[in-house]
Design a protein around this ligand. Structure first.
Ligand code: GLU
Length: 479
């Protein structure tokens, strides 16, 4: 164990785990595991207006489902706890006192109305919203007196008026920001809770975090954080800002264009390993562009050096592809455990386990998620599938269709035993007998047996249906 390497995932419990959050958690986990470091989970719940009942439990459950076990956190504890920010309020209060005493922060008595007006005026002048520092010049004694008398106030950081903040991001390289554009950020709110910025810096320091790996949306906060480290006289951690996740149209990934909650993907039947594999490649790759990775393989292959700067498109089709790959790789038992509940819920009798397994094997390559089995396997369980697809109806109405079906019905009688190989031979015989091949041969048979134009291989379908059902369906199509 290399306990100098300490990283953290620091979600705010706002209801669900966003796939972007899963990516951040995963990269932190991989970075820690790859280096024998420590992976810390810290709950950042100081924004009381955004709290959601049960969100922490949900987060823990989802991370654990994803296989991202942490070393220190609310559930396991650890030497730098508590790991929930609302349980650390005294620590933040003490640090605020230090900043006030050192002249690095000041009390602000501006009302929300005044701040709103200010913002409006700045917007009208097309200026970026920034506090105008009115309270920065209130003499300290006066400010302390007013606070003691109970006047509502916040505490803001005293950003230097001149100079630059410069740092090297592990992913983005050198970042320079002029102090003149950094806001006098509120550190302590009037409700006594710290803001994200103060709590985050204090905790990263006290929890001895060596690398802060987080989404790019936090990059604008980093100069403020670095100033805070400087105010406290602390050595800052290293920073790595992960590229944004984008929708296919390159806008920021949003719920409007599909699911973003890990729980939703899970509920839809996306497999843990598929989702993790897919998410790992959102911003990171290996030089050979390998695609399939188990979690331990990711640990072995991961490095921050190969995380890119460019936004990563969240491609749902690619996720579907990964899920299909992982479904196909499952042992029969595991596949049955995932699929049979869906069949049962649809009223299918799955009592004949061998047949159910054979059906699953037949439709497997047509599944993206387990629930797809209901539609894919209907042809095997419904008394008589309807020729519901236009393409299938057309195939049955085609000029040569009757000849093919009549020939099949006649020749099928001699086939014994009714296996997929024997059916294959039988179809070959129909080809000769009816004098047609290719689509004209296969489509009428497929349409008659399944009511559809696509699906598993014809001999496999025929074997699973059994000769009687096949003949019944062929005769029905001929009627
Ligand atoms: N609480 C922040 C979040 O919700 C953490 C950002 C950070 O990692 O610094 O993502």
């Amino acid at each position: 164990m290399n306990s100098d390497i300490r990283v953290r995932f620091a979600p705010s419990p706002t209801g669900y785990l966003h796939v972007g959050g899963l990516r951040t958690a995963l990269y932190n986990y991989l970075f820690a595991r790859a280096q024998g470091g420590v992976f810390v989970l810290r709950i950042e719940d100081t924004d009381r207006t955004r709290l959601v009942e049960g969100a922490v439990e949900n987060l823990l459950r989802t991370l654990s489902w994803a296989g991202l076990e942490c070393d220190e956190g609310p559930a396991q504890g650890g030497p730098f706890g508590p790991y929930v920010q609302s349980e650390r309020l005294e620590l933040y209060a003490a640090h605020i006192q230090t900043l006030l005493a050192d002249g690095k922060a000041y009390r602000c008595f501006c009302t929300t109305e005044r701040l709103a007006e200010l913002k409006k005026a700045q917007a009208a002048e097309k200026r970026p919203p920034m506090y105008d520092r009115r309270c920065r010049t209130i003499p300290v004694e006066e400010a302390e007196r007013r606070a003691h008398e109970g006047e509502a106030c916040t505490v803001r950081m005293k950003v230097p008026l001149l100079g630059e903040v410069v740092f090297t991001d592990e992913i983005r390289g050198e970042v320079r920001v002029s102090a003149s554009v950094i806001d006098d950020q509120v550190l302590l709110k009037s409700d006594g809770y710290p803001t994200y910025h103060l709590a985050n810096v204090v905790d990263d320091h006290l929890m001895r975090i060596s690398h802060v790996i987080r989404g790019e949306e936090w990059l604008p906060s980093t100069p403020k954080h670095l100033l805070l480290y400087d105010f406290f006289g602390w050595t800052p951690p290293r920073f790595a800002h992960l590229p944004l996740l984008l929708n296919a149209d390159r806008s920021k990934l949003s719920k409007r264009q599909g699911d973003v909650a890990v729980e939703d993907f899970r509920a839809k039947g996306y497999l843990r390993d598929a989702l993790v594999n897919f998410v790992a490649l959102l911003g990171w790759n290996t030089s050979d562009n390998r695609e399939m990775f188990t979690l331990p393989e990711l640990v072995a292959a991961f490095s921050l050096a190969r995380v890119g700067k460019a936004g990563a498109v969240f491609d749902h089709d690619k996720l579907d592809w990964f899920n299909a790959q992982y479904l196909r790789a499952l042992p029969a038992d595991a596949l049955a455990a995932l699929c049979t509940p869906h069949l049962e819920a649809a009223g299918v009798d799955v009592g004949d386990r061998a047949r159910t397994d054979a059906v699953l094997a037949a439709v497997l390559s047509h599944l993206t998620v387990p629930a797809d089995v209901v539609e894919a396997a209907r042809i095997f369980f419904e008394a008589m599938p309807l020729a519901e697809e236009g393409e299938a109806r057309e195939a049955l109405a085609a000029p040569g269709a009757r000849v093919v079906l009549e020939s099949f019905a006649r020749l099928a009688g001699d086939v014994s035993p009714w296996t997929r190989d024997a059916v294959k031979e039988c179809i070959k015989a129909v080809q000769k007998d009816a004098g047609v091949k290719g689509k004209e041969l296969f489509m009428p048979i497929r349409a008659a047996l399944t009511g559809r134009a696509h699906g598993p291989e014809l001999p496999v379908i025929a074997e699973l249906l059994g000769r009687d059902v096949c003949l019944e369906r062929i005769l029905a199509a001929l009627r």
